[in-house]
Design a protein around this ligand. Structure first.
Ligand code: GSH
Length: 209
């Protein structure tokens, strides 16, 4: 049996949860703060980032590697899928984290936050252009790239929403992802933790969900 060390409200954990749900893979959950803390996790996985997957004797960190481990070519079928997975992690999810962590860790670094917002705008443009010609990021089927995009866009929507008028394809794409059972479950399971978010949560946030 697989065991996932995770937290339902953590962006990168949601990426793996979507992949597991998509594939109908059974797993046990250990939830941060309830079942383990970061010091305990560091003994297993020194970076102590979440999620971490335990599969028998194997301890696997890094979401893209976890997804490749559990799903292989079913979710990582092409170089294109890997490319968009990397782009979504680096320019959407990491930009979101830079903005959120700026508040959590009281850095108040306006330049860094502004750069992160610029990266999000750049990423929205890239996604819009790609999605104009494809249902999903890497073609006609859902891949690791969409597992990466969904939670990044979820949090991006809360702090730096894209303009729906100039991004109709991105809007269509996110709306469809949000209706998909694998991601809808993740959104529902994370809902009780929204009070943990350190920035204002928009009143109209659930318009897509
Ligand atoms: N590149 C990592 C990123 C994982 C990551 O940033 N996880 C966040 C939670 S969503 C984390 O644990 N951050 C470190 C911290 O909160 O101290 C991956 O893909 O697994």
């Amino acid at each position: 049996m697989l065991t996932l060390y995770e937290h339902p409200f953590a962006l990168y954990c949601q990426k793996v949860l979507i992949a597991l749900n998509e594939q109908g893979i059974a797993y046990d959950v250990l939830e941060e703060q309830r079942d383990f803390d970061r010091a305990e996790l560091a003994e297993l996985w020194p970076p102590a980032s979440i999620p971490v997957l335990r599969d028998g004797d194997q301890v696997i960190g890094e979401t893209s590697i976890i997804i490749e481990h559990v799903a292989g070519a079913r979710l990582v079928p092409s170089l294109e899928a890997r490319k968009w997975d990397r782009l979504c992690d680096q320019y959407v999810s990491d930009a979101v984290q830079a903005i959120v962590f700026d508040t959590i860790y009281e850095r108040f670094d306006e330049r860094a936050v502004s750069q992160a917002r610029g990266r999000l705008d750049m990423a929205y443009g890239m996604l819009e252009a790609q999605l104009a010609g494809h249902e999903f990021l890497a073609g006609d089927t859902l891949t690791i790239a969409d597992c990466a995009a969904a939670p990044g866009l979820f949090y991006a929507l809360a702090i730096h929403p894209w303009d729906e008028g100039t991004h109709p394809h991105l809007t269509r794409y996110y709306r469809a992802l949000a209706q998909r059972p694998s991601f809808a479950k993740v959104i529902a399971d994370a809902r009780p933790y929204r009070h943990l978010f350190p920035l204002p949560w928009p009143a109209d946030f659930d318009r897509y969900h």
